[in-house]
Design a protein around this ligand. Structure first.
Ligand code: NAP
Ligand code: ZN
Length: 350
């Protein structure tokens, strides 16, 4: 079955319309008509080969929501018409220690990404959510219980939401903890909403003066414009946890200095160029840590979706037709998005 998609044939070419095919659903597969797909900065890093290993044609998109249109004979947890989501991963080995713990994103044999992952399906790598339809193994399909009119704004939870939720939970953000979120883009604005909802004292760090007022409306108790050294210095040595979502290389010392003894700076932003090596002494003298975190497992993604549905939490989005994807990428590079572009999938056919 041929469907419409949007993607690129090479790193230096814009995205454009493509025809792709999806497999017929196997016994354990769920076929989903995609309603909306968010645009993650990882889509841009991948399609432009800013990270190694992109295979073409590349169809990005891993913030997928839609409705089930067919199920395989062995599928019991989903029915035709269900509202569902697909995030960043569509398969893993299911056998290793990480998979056994529900940490499929850290699968020791390598998880299969929703795009650019290995698959026997043509063309030999997975094609993502900038497309009309996707077929996914049932274990990797998430249930969505938000109100139907919120569906477009739920899409970004599938990556931006879980990528911030997982480290907030792992490092125990909550009442009595002071949590910083650096970079108020797609991931960062979800980080602020989630840290606030978990009850942590939440501080937003932005390089954009224009986001100062708005970040408070997202749930930040305080907003720091990181270009102002005096504002930064006022928070020295006070954070339990800082989650850094910035998509570009920058000096980390300004943030490690803000951690308490035993505090952790978690890097989730994945710039193509490395950050300058952090200074050692600020780490050593306060036993501070720098860590990383990758999206979240399937069970935790479901937990995050349910957590958000119960509290009415969604992303702040700008809904666009597929024909504006390239323009959206340029605006994302200028930090000019509040706070996530979402593609209206019905425009793929236009
Ligand atoms: P985004 O919407 O473009 O947001 C990134 C934000 O970083 C910008 O809005 C801006 O916020 C800040 N920023 C950008 N360039 C900067 C610079 N030169 N100096 C200082 N701040 C800068 O991107 P996103 O979709 O949230 O993704 C962020 C990063 O996380 C990307 O690298 C992406 O690939 C990565 N990612 C990682 C995972 C994971 O599992 N670890 C998952 C998804 C995405 P301000 O305007 O507030 O400064
Ligand atoms: Zn993403």
């Amino acid at each position: 079955m041929t469907i419409k998609a949007y993607g690129a044939h090479a790193a230096d070419q814009p995205l454009g319309p493509l025809d792709i095919s999806r497999r017929a659903p196997g016994a354990h597969d769920v076929q989903i008509e995609i309603a909306y797909c968010g645009i993650c900065h990882s889509d841009l890093h991948t399609v432009r080969s800013e990270w190694p290993g992109t295979q073409y044609p590349c169809v990005p998109g891993h913030e997928i929501v839609g409705h089930v249109s067919a199920i395989g004979a062995a599928v019991t947890r989903f029915a035709v018409g269900d509202t569902v989501g697909v995030g960043c991963l569509v398969d893993s080995c299911g056998q290793c220690g990480s998979c056994a713990e529900g940490l499929e994103q850290y699968c020791e044999s390598g998880m299969v990404g929703t795009y650019n992952g290995p698959t026997p399906d043509a063309p030999g790598h997975t094609l993502g959510g900038y497309s009309q339809r996707i077929v996914v193994k049932d274990d990797f399909v998430l249930r969505i219980s938000h109100a139907p009119e919120q569906l477009a704004a739920v899409a970004p939870l599938l990556c931006a939401g879980i990528t911030t939720y997982s480290p907030l939970r792992h490092w125990q953000a909550g009442p009595g903890k002071k949590v910083g979120i650096v970079g108020i883009g797609g991931l960062g604005h979800m980080g602020v909403k989630l840290a606030h909802a978990m009850g942590a004292q939440t501080v937003a760090f932005t390089s954009s003066e224009s986001k100062r007022a708005e970040a408070k409306a997202l749930g930040a108790d305080e907003v720091v414009v990181s270009r102002h050294a005096d504002e930064m210095a006022a928070h020295a040595g006070t954070f339990d946890l800082i989650i850094n979502t910035v998509s570009a290389s920058h000096v980390l010392d300004a943030f490690t200095m803000l951690l308490k003894r035993d505090g952790t700076l978690v890097l989730v932003g994945a710039p193509s160029e490395p950050h300058p090596s952090p200074s050692i002494m600020p780490l050593v003298f306060k036993r501070r840590a720098i860590a990383g975190s990758l999206i979240g497992g399937i069970a935790e993604t479901q937990e995050m979706l349910d957590f958000c549905a119960a509290r009415g939490i969604v992303s702040d989005i700008e809904l666009i037709p597929a024909q504006q994807i390239n323009a959206a990428y340029e605006r994302m590079l200028k930090s000019d998005v509040k706070y996530r572009f979402v593609i209206d999938s019905k425009t793929l056919g236009e």
